[in-house]
Design a protein around this ligand. Structure first.
Ligand SMILES: [Zn+2]
Ligand SMILES: [Zn+2]
Length: 366
């Protein structure tokens, strides 16, 4: 199965031909990763497969890489985590990255064929689903950084799980994942539509806490599981953010376009099973508004994006202190927790059954 991955959109794509191990590759410059998050930066990346350049109606160009599914998964698991992680973690990640990609492609391809006019007038990156390609290369879909971090260990993990996906009741699972749950995973409806997804339930996760302790101590085995830019974020399990009322007012104005006046309080109205806030009331002396769900709250309350929406608010005079837990939406597999499970000897199957209760591994993709 071939995938079309949108790598970047720019006024003009800068690229050149190259080769690796005697095979032709291409290099793209100024690829932006972590868009809108705290690790936002640019990289030069090298890719196997084919390059095509899409011209968008607004005059920009999008670089699209057509690549075989298994080669794509090898890169994703090396980009999301690190190819130096324990093999059982890489295998578990290969299964969920493959499941998620297959599901997403099926959804996107059926949507764009039923509504081709949705493509008109928007650039490829502006739409929620993607137009002109199956998946993007950033955290919006899954990280795909080409051949940059690929290592024979990742190829071994992909080979050992070739074609395997996670299923529930015979259907391929929507295998969500994120960096660190903070102690408890979240249910689907706290972050997205109001539906019950049986294998995306809230489970206690003591593992990422232990992984975070290893990170704080600088243990090499856990640093080996992460991309270098992720191991810059040492406080992802328990964190604190402090704002003056004035700073908060300015951030909210910038991120929501609403002038709340002086901020009086931030009041959690609804929380999900882990404690992540899904509806937050912001009280200012000019306006009071409720915002949700999880990602909107994270984006509204930070110049980039808060680590998570699981936080308590403490107010001391005109200073707001957010005491929070976890990094990411918390639904499905906790990457740091899964790394810790693998370091403690868990198998791929045990990791997947823990974070997706009731789901099964099946051989589905030829
Ligand atoms: Zn995407
Ligand atoms: Zn966890």
């Amino acid at each position: 199965m071939n995938l079309r991955i949108g790598i970047l959109t720019a006024p003009q794509i800068r690229w050149e031909r190259s080769s690796r191990n005697g095979k032709p590759t291409f290099i793209l410059h100024d690829v932006r990763i972590g868009i809108g998050f705290h690790w936002d930066r640019r990289q030069t990346q090298e890719f196997a497969g084919e390059l095509s350049i899409l011209r968008n109606p607004n005059g920009t160009q999008t670089a699209i890489n057509t690549i075989d599914m298994e080669d794509y998964i090898t890169s994703v698991i090396s980009s999301e985590m690190s190819a130096h992680s324990p093999l059982e973690l890489l295998k578990a990640h290969a299964v969920i990255s493959r499941s998620w990609a297959v599901r997403q492609c099926m959804n996107n391809r059926s949507q764009s064929s039923s509504n081709p006019s949705a493509a008109m007038g928007t650039s490829a990156f502006e739409s929620g689903g993607h137009i002109g390609f199956d998946l993007c290369a950033d955290d919006h879909c899954q990280r795909y950084e080409g051949l940059r971090s690929v290592h024979p260990r990742a190829e071994e993990a992909v080979e050992a799980t070739r074609g395997q996906v996670l299923t529930y009741d015979g259907e391929i699972c929507d295998t969500r994942f994120y960096k660190c749950c903070g102690g408890k995973t979240e249910i689907f409806s706290t972050c997205w539509e109001n539906k019950n997804v049986p294998y995306l339930q809230s489970v206690e996760c003591p593992y990422c806490g232990r992984a975070a302790e290893r990170l704080q101590r600088g243990e090499q085995v856990i640093l080996d599981c992460l991309q270098a830019y992720d191991s810059e974020t040492l406080d992802c399990h328990d964190w604190q953010v402090t704002y003056t009322a004035q700073e908060l007012q300015a951030i909210l104005l910038e991120k929501t376009g609403i002038d709340f006046g002086t901020i009086r309080s931030l009041r959690p109205i609804e929380r999900g099973a882990s404690g992540r806030i899904s509806l937050l009331e912001i009280v200012g002396d000019k306006r009071t508004e409720r915002i949700g769900k999880e990602l909107k709250i994270r984006r509204a309350l930070s110049r980039t994006c808060l680590y998570s929406s699981w936080f308590d608010v403490e107010k001391r005079e005109d200073v707001f202190i957010l005491n929070g837990h976890g990094w990411g939406h918390g639904v499905g597999l906790c990457q740091l927790g899964a790394a810790e499970m693998a370091l403690e000897g868990a198998t791929c199957r045990e990791i997947l059954c823990y974070y997706y209760p009731g789901a099964e591994i099946a051989n589905r993709i030829a």
